[in-house]
Design a protein around this ligand. Structure first.
Ligand code: UDX
Ligand code: ADP
Length: 481
């Protein structure tokens, strides 16, 4: 087979497909790349003249798009055409958790992957390498291969004379907010497959900018499973430190100091030890639910219960923070104005999927709070979609509502509390002398990321609760002897 790839088609122009193809285009000028999607609005946004209108926000993504779009990087809705011209096809479509039927709430819904595989089987010509990019449950490659092979059997011989498919797994480990940096300097690239020539074709693409030692090749199933397990281990660290944040508050310790102390041990390492209102994003919860489902399927119930606990702690953390806020505000937020700072699931992205803010805000609205939500990148429309409540509409038959705010100051005017939910840089240097004067007294700061200048807030007369901080600035509850 030919191993020099000249034409790539990527199905799915989302958070994975868009940035990944942009970086491949930037590093491989000889390859023509067409990113296709069924969503016309999304494709239009990728093609917008004004680079601030790209459908996703990622630091430096606009610069890469500016360099390559219209040269060797194209965004299009002409799915059939670009599939038929491609030597290599990446499948980067969404794989959310199933909401109904068998495996609902746990298994991944693979209907978009299946639809893509069917399109590939129908329109591809000649030898085609099909690469799974989306996070997928183990053995999805088998499903893709079966769909592709069935199409070979069903179509008449003259049409299939030259058709041949090779399936590879090449999971994406990029993290949103640092996607471009992660793609340009990955810790490793993982490629799983059976056909060595096909693997070589993909390895050759990465060799344009990634060191040989960082490219790992495995069998298909190990590659698929590694992606799931990497995410499960990362999420496990967050649930571990979040569980300790509660213990720190109870005992008078400070979770930041505990994180620094344990992270100094090389075996533990200092990454991913920031306590938070709970992990969000499109991958962690979905992947662990998948893992739980697979373990149960294979009769490994103890293993499945172990991983389920990571999700349970994550849910508990959000609920626990909500309880703290309501209790501190004299047991009720009804009719009170609350400034919410941050709605994205983490800083430097406009993505809100599974953001802890969605749950916490919804519950505060149910409690009757009037939320003024400010996020530097999340739009009013997105917040409305996530909360499933129109702006300024009283909900749940009570007093609760939400309003979009244009700035920190706008959100804080007349507020009883400022609640920091996302770790945007902008929130690290808030002028508390200015904000505290426009708030109603007693004015509270609830910092669920421990990023604000808390001594300054305290100096300005604000009351303070910081996640995992049981000492110094907060009141200490000593354990009864
Ligand atoms: C994750 C994986 O990191 C990435 O490798 C994979 O490809 C996709 O899933 P992503 O979801 O984009 O990436 O972001 P990540 O930085 O992992 O953060 C996930 C969530 O964990 C965020 O809500 C973040 O705020 C939270 N988090 C992260 C913490 O609460 N504490 C930490 O120390 C780190
Ligand atoms: P991810 O974070 O995995 O990139 P997204 O939801 O951001 O997920 O993007 C997935 C994209 O895949 C969406 O824009 C969606 O419209 C697109 N998509 C889903 N199914 C198909 C399909 N059969 N053909 C083309 N595009 C598809």
């Amino acid at each position: 087979m030919k191993i020099e790839i000249k034409n790539i088609c990527c199905i799915g122009a989302g958070y994975v497909g868009g940035p990944t193809m942009a970086v491949i285009a930037d590093r491989c000028h000889d390859i023509q790349i067409n990113v296709v999607d069924v969503n016309e609005n999304r494709i239009q946004a990728w093609n917008s003249e004004n680079l601030s209108h790209l459908p996703i926000y990622e630091p430096n993504l606009d610069q890469v798009i500016k360099r390559r779009r219209g040269r060797n990087l194209h965004f299009s809705t002409e799915i059939k055409y670009h599939i038929s011209n491609a030597d290599m096809i990446f499948i980067s479509v969404n794989t959310p958790t199933k909401t109904k039927g068998i495996g609902a709430g746990k298994a991944s819904d693979l209907k978009w992957v299946e639809a893509s595989a069917r399109q590939v089987s129908k329109y591809a010509k000649g030898e085609t390498i099909v690469v799974e990019k989306s996070t997928l449950p183990v053995k999805t490659a088998l499903m893709i291969r079966q769909i592709l092979e069935t199409s070979l059997e069903k179509t008449n011989d003259s049409q299939t004379d030259n058709k041949q498919f090779y399936v590879l797994s090449n999971p994406e480990f990029l993290s949103e907010g640092t996607a471009i940096q992660d793609l340009e300097c990955p810790d490793r690239v993982l490629i799983g497959g059976e056909n060595q020539e096909a693997i070589k074709a993909l390895v050759n693409i990465y060799l344009n900018w990634v060191d040989k030692e960082k490219i790992l090749t495995t069998d298909l199933w190990s590659s698929e499973l590694s992606k799931l397990i990497a995410n499960a281990f990362l999420a496990q660290r967050i649930s571990s430190i979040n569980s300790i944040s509660a213990l720190c508050e109870a005992t008078g310790a400070d979770v930041k100091e505990v994180s620094t102390a344990i992270g100094a041990d090389k075996r533990i390492g200092n990454y991913f030890l920031n306590a938070s209102p709970g992990f969000g994003g499109s991958c962690f919860k979905k992947d662990i639910l998948n893992l739980v489902y697979i373990c149960n399927y294979y009769g490994l119930h103890e293993v499945s219960e172990y991983w389920q606990k990571i999700i349970d702690i994550n849910n508990w953390q959000k609920q626990r923070i909500l309880r703290v806020i309501v209790e501190k505000l004299f047991g009720s937020v009804s009719g009170k104005k609350l400034a919410i700072l941050g709605f994205a699931f983490k800083a430097n992205t406009n993505d809100t999927r599974e953001s802890a803010a969605i749950h916490i805000c919804n519950e505060l609205i149910i409690e009757g709070g009037n939320l003024y939500i400010y996020d530097p990148r999340v739009t009013r429309k997105q917040i409305e979609e996530d909360l499933e409540i129109s702006e300024n509409e009283y909900s749940y038959g009570g007093e609760g509502s939400w309003t979009f705010a244009d700035s920190i100051l706008d959100a804080s005017r007349g507020a009883d509390a400022v609640i920091v939910l996302t770790e945007w840089d902008e929130f690290k240097n808030i002028e508390w002398s200015e904000i505290s004067t426009v708030m109603r007294s007693p004015s509270w700061l609830f910092d669920t990321r421990s990023i604000t200048d808390q001594s300054e807030a305290k100096r300005c007369g604000m009351k303070l609760w910081s996640l995992g901080c049981g000492s110094k600035l907060q009141s200490i509850n000593l354990m009864p002897s």
